[in-house]
Design a protein around this ligand. Sequence first.
Ligand SMILES: Cc1cc2nc3c(=O)[nH]c(=O)nc-3n(C[C@H](O)[C@H](O)[C@H](O)COP(=O)(O)OP(=O)(O)OC[C@H]3O[C@@H](n4cnc5c(N)ncnc54)[C@H](O)[C@@H]3O)c2cc1C
Length: 285
Amino acid sequence: MRSVSRFMPGERLEDALAAATRLQTAGIGVILTHLGENLASAGDADDVTQHYLHVLDETHAAGLDAHISVKPTQLGLDFDPAFCTRNLQRLIDRAAGYGTFIWMDMESAPYVDATLALYRQAREQSPLVGVALQAYLFRTERDLEGLLPLGAALRLVKGAYLESPRVAFSKKQDVDANFFRLACRILDRHGHPGSLLHLATHDVALIDRLTEYIEAHHVPPSAFEYAMLYGIQEPLQHRLAGAGRRVRVLISYGEHWFPWYMRRLAERPANVLFVIKNLIPGAGR
Ligand SMILES: Cc1cc2nc3c(=O)[nH]c(=O)nc-3n(C[C@H](O)[C@H](O)[C@H](O)COP(=O)(O)OP(=O)(O)OC[C@H]3O[C@@H](n4cnc5c(N)ncnc54)[C@H](O)[C@@H]3O)c2cc1C
């Protein structure tokens, strides 16, 4: 479907690798993620693990500056946390051998405790592992304080799931203010060994404010990267990279794109209009 292809270069790993090669030419690194979540069988979670091991081999052989990003429920968290841990450990070992990063996505609120527990274990195994934190959750400020002493690598996002107002800010301005506050708190700790911040947002006003903060506080370029999704704010991605900033684009691929695509649509009402225009022949061209 044309409207999905706006956010992903294709369903196959080859499509993602070709996009990664193009971005690398423009000085932009990537994070590869194979779509899928809430897997229910050990066989499927094992296939995902094997797939990511293959991705790490391929990107290393191709000389790509590529991280990978996994969802714990893709590795078996829902039905066997110990199995999930073992799968993650295999990926971390392979990534560490190649000197590359592996990121853990943060899924919906009920998974936060288990994901952070997995992360703490993973961080003991390798410093080249990071976890996403969601600025819309009330709890994130406290979670962050627990992670900072580890010198954790963190991806700060606003949060993509529909959460209850009991656990999350519902107003955009509150989420944005919390994002800024949390990012500054992490940037202030930039000297800690192993720490890295991914400023994962397409919000231009927020990026500008954070860039001003970074410059005013002399945060070194090694401490952070701007991270965005494939197909969103591309001119900004290229502008930042052209200005010598470290930029990384998350490329999603795979056949199981439906829930992920629904989250992309929900982020921006204009996207829904775009889809409708594509469904009605002749409309909106
Ligand atoms: C690298 C990366 C990793 C992520 N990992 C996670 C994760 O692990 N867990 C999680 O919950 N969420 C994750 N997200 C998604 C994130 O939580 C937000 O849902 C998403 O980034 C949109 O929020 P925003 O910060 O861009 O701000 P918004 O305020 O939503 O958007 C700011 C501007 O960006 C543009 N924009 C944003 N989204 C879209 C879109 N879908 N289509 C077109 N334009 C758009 C628009 O111009 C919009 O005005 C990740 C995002 C990125 C960039």
